[in-house]
Design a protein around this ligand. Sequence first.
Ligand code: SAJ
Length: 448
Amino acid sequence: MPRWTSTLGGEKISTFQKIGIIGLGYVGLPTAIAFYKQGFNVVGIDISKDVIENLEQGKSPLIDNSENLVIPRNSDTWKVSDNFEMVSDCDVILITVPTPVNSDKTPDLTYVVSATRSVMENIETGRNVILVLESTVYPGVTREVLGKVRSEIGLIEGRDVTLAYCPERVNPGTEMGVGNVARVIGCDDEKLGNELAEMYSLTTSEQSKYVGKMEVAEASKLIENLQRDIDIALANELAIVLPRIGVDVEQVLDAAETKWNFHRHSPGIGVGGHCIPVDPYFYISIADSVGHESMLSKSAREVNEMMPKLASIQIAEIVEGESGEKRVLVLGYSYKPELGDIRETPVHDLVIGLLEGGFEVLIWDPLVDSDDLPKEAIIVDNPYDCGELGAVVLATAHEEVINLEWGRLGKIIDDPIIYDGRRVMDRGHLESEGWKYFGIGLPKEECV
Ligand code: SAJ
């Protein structure tokens, strides 16, 4: 391959020049733009004509555009298309398509297989194109699943294509984007693995490291998310147990955090998104396949998945002990703050729990499209115009939720009660505005 210097100056070089990115979502699009900005010749492919049309008009098709992406115009070094033939002469092709789970929680690899097949059917043989999977999968997928497609199409590893794995680690809705997260690269060919690490290093301020064979990088990503799910589950279990001995979980976490290696996580009404609640099931299926049931990850999932229902029961008990008004305003519906993404949102189960408890549920989320909100609930455009309420529930800690005019809202409700499902509100301030404050992990006797 021609050795080539990035046009943005500096001594950095890359073995590769033309990069294809398959899947222009919240990972693929920022990644494509990052390589484009470093002077690479980029071809972005997406099967959605809407996505391509938006991009050709210079518009971001992403729900969350917190990275304020500036979409390049079509040029010699930036093209987007739904035609896989466009990647036929790429040096490196990155696959950044979703890996959801099936209803039985087994990994759904249909997008990965479809994208791989479409790429492999269009690459020129003999150019040893590097095909890098970035989607979150379990160890073995790149080698076995992508390798199977390669064999079916008749391509030869090392002559026509070389497989590699580099997990995406962006954290949507936060400042952790492609430009400032570390990367790990797994590839059987160490030389190519190091050249990929060099290529990725041009796009991030953090380290970019070759870590060994593909399974090493696949397992790294998986256990990163598995650990996060387990850590959050501990915080959630503490939010169940500690209040029952009269102790506020947040005070205990404040105290524990003074220890140098205590890693704090926040209890809440549940764990959502397309990674943390999903990836542990990839690990569970591996553990089962090798004959060792993973009690730890299964228990963590059980704890996190019970939180929405548990919160709905707590809210019902609070309301029945106070005004008895069975109307609740739920603030926030997306799975995490500053995003309009509702995938696996725990607020869905919270709403269902309240409805099953006989409540009328109103929802206000300024970031979520009203079409994405549950039809069983009453969608609210103005949180100050909801009529009488038995409680207001903070479910997703959007800035717009936290910064509501709580004094004004409290005056509209006869007996203003808040249930802080993320423990993010200033209790003293709310109580000074006439609110009764309840929250996840707070002993009820401390609330009156
Ligand atoms: N959550 C808690 N308590 C916490 C942290 C999170 O209840 O202490 C909840 C959030 O409310 C949300 C869910 O967990 O419902 C997931 O939150 P998250 O901050 O982990 O956000 P994600 O799902 O966007 O995770 C992203 C992922 N990055 C991607 O590749 C998409 C994930 O792989 C990262 O591990 C994670 O960021 C991270 O480390 O921040």
